[in-house]
Design a protein around this ligand. Structure first.
Ligand code: ADP
Length: 460
């Protein structure tokens, strides 16, 4: 009895010899026919079911592999790493013996990552791979993968004694930016269409990660160039500014003849502007160094009292001009900090000068410090010096509090704008504190006052 599904023959059922020894009759044939019809449907259903099940399982498997690949690819923004991971996954999934990944240049292919070759690729360490000789031009043009075998008279290959090669374009939008080449010495098993499709999807993923990383490299380079430029300019500006300042002071001191009061006033304006400019230039220099990761710290034991004294000495005139009272409330015994002294002076200067600038005349500033368990940062040093400056100044509105450490941020509050500033100080200070293993924070009530805090590890 045939097993038929629609007009397709699945098989036959053959029954031989009735058990009771009697001949088969028409009723038996009818019974077998209806059984066969149902059995054929059941078998076909089961077959279809297994097929979808397998297809689904392999799709799920591929998706989970892709997910792992994506995670690997996007873990960093280094283009070299993205290319290495792409090649590794392609080799691992396809079982190919050797392979390489190259970027398409105007007159050839530049090898970037290679695996599994002995000396075959040495000539291409310094030269590009010819697109004509290896017939890559067509793959680049069409953007479609290509599989070739030595058996069919194709070549040339890179791997010695290779029998098979698969070339996959790495495409970004409509241009082929690179090629992934896989080679094998066996020719028993050509790569299945499914595998090639999988590798094509892998290349698409890779192209996004690689071009992101390349863009990032370019931005990084541009940023480095900007930092170099700022460092250069600020260095070049230093000498002329020192000279302007020096001659202004000489003139004001009457070194070349008596000067009138209005002249003295003008000279004072010049001097204070040059001072502002000096601060601006050194702030810009610091910011660019921080961004380029080029800030260096000379760590040593530092006595915070010395630091406060030094800062107060340099800010004395500024504090006196605003007739502010400043009390220094440091405990008699304070352990030394482990920090860069110059940078610590810079941090404390920023705190005190901000408090002075943003507190009206006659206001009050309190400078304090204590040695403490590090309750602010469980991952940091166990013992820290906690330092803070409290003022009863103009305060910071809740809206502004969120942006206070942002580069170039200055409050729109007209009272803030009465004092000069660049909005770089706290941004730099935060980097300086954190780079030395500390934390920075503040609390403030608008029109009542502000307290800024930082911590720094204690020298062991
Ligand atoms: P700058 O003082 O040059 O503007 P900073 O980065 O040091 O830059 O400070 C950023 C902003 O934070 C200031 O413009 C001001 O609005 C606010 N600010 C900082 N310290 C205080 C303070 N003690 N009291 C009130 N506002 C402050």
């Amino acid at each position: 009895m045939p097993l038929l599904v629609k007009d397709r023959l699945l098989g036959v059922i053959e029954v031989v010899n009735r058990k009771d020894g009697l001949p088969f009759v028409r009723d038996d044939q009818n019974l077998l026919a209806s059984f066969a019809a149902q059995a054929a449907v059941a078998i076909e259903n089961a077959r279809l079911y297994t097929m979808t099940d397998q297809a689904l399982a392999s799709r799920v498997e591929e998706l989970s592999v892709m997910q792992r690949i994506d995670r690997d690819l996007n873990a960093s923004l280094e283009s070299g790493r993205a290319m290495r991971i792409t090649l590794e996954w392609a080799l691992r999934q396809s079982g190919a013996e050797a392979g390489f990944l190259g970027l398409v240049r105007e007159d050839g292919l530049e090898l970037k990552e290679v695996y599994g070759y002995a000396e075959e690729l040495q000539p291409f360490e310094r030269a590009l791979v010819s697109l004509e000789q290896y017939k890559f031009a067509q793959v680049i043009e069409s953007g479609a993968p290509r599989q070739i075998a030595a058996e069919d008279g194709n070549g040339p290959f890179f791997l010695k004694d290779a029998k098979q090669q698969v070339v996959l374009p790495i495409r970004r939008e409509t241009t082929t930016m690179g090629l992934l080449v896989l080679e094998n010495r066996t020719d028993e098993q050509r790569m299945s269409e499914e595998m090639i499709n999988f590798l094509a999807r892998l290349s698409d993923r890779a192209s996004i990660a690689i071009s992101n990383a390349q863009l990032y490299d370019e931005v990084q380079q541009a940023n480095d160039a900007k930092s170099d430029f700022v460092s250069f300019v600020s260095h070049e500006l230093k000498n002329p500014m020192t000279s302007i300042k020096g001659y202004t002071e000489l003139l004001a001191a009457g070194a070349v003849g008596p000067i009138t009061d209005p002249q003295k006033n003008f000279l004072n304006t010049i001097r204070s502007n040059v001072e502002r400019m000096t601060i601006l230039v050194s702030d810009l220099n610091d910011v660019s160094k921080i961004e380029a990761g080029r800030l260096r710290f000379d760590f040593a034991t530092v006595d915070i009292k010395d630091v406060v004294e030094e800062v107060l000495r340099s800010l004395r005139r500024m504090l006196e001009e605003k007739d502010q009272e400043i009390s220094v409330e440091l405990p008699a015994e304070l352990p030394a900090a482990w920090a860069d002294k110059g940078r610590l002076v810079q941090i404390v200067t920023n705190f005190i000068s901000n408090s002075c600038k943003y507190t009206p005349e006659g206001g009050k500033l309190i400078v304090s410090a204590e040695a403490s368990e590090n309750q602010w940062d469980p991952a940091g040093a166990k013992q820290v010096l906690h330092f803070w400056v409290k003022d009863n100044g103009i305060g910071i509105s809740e809206e502004d509090q969120k942006k206070i450490f942002t580069k170039f941020f200055r409050s729109e509050d007209p009272k803030t704008r009465e004092a000069p500033g660049t909005g770089l100080g706290l941004n730099i200070t935060k980097s300086l504190v954190e780079a030395q293993g500390g934390q920075i924070w503040f609390e403030s009530v608008f029109r009542e006052g502000t307290t800024f805090h930082f911590t720094i590890p204690i020298a062991e």
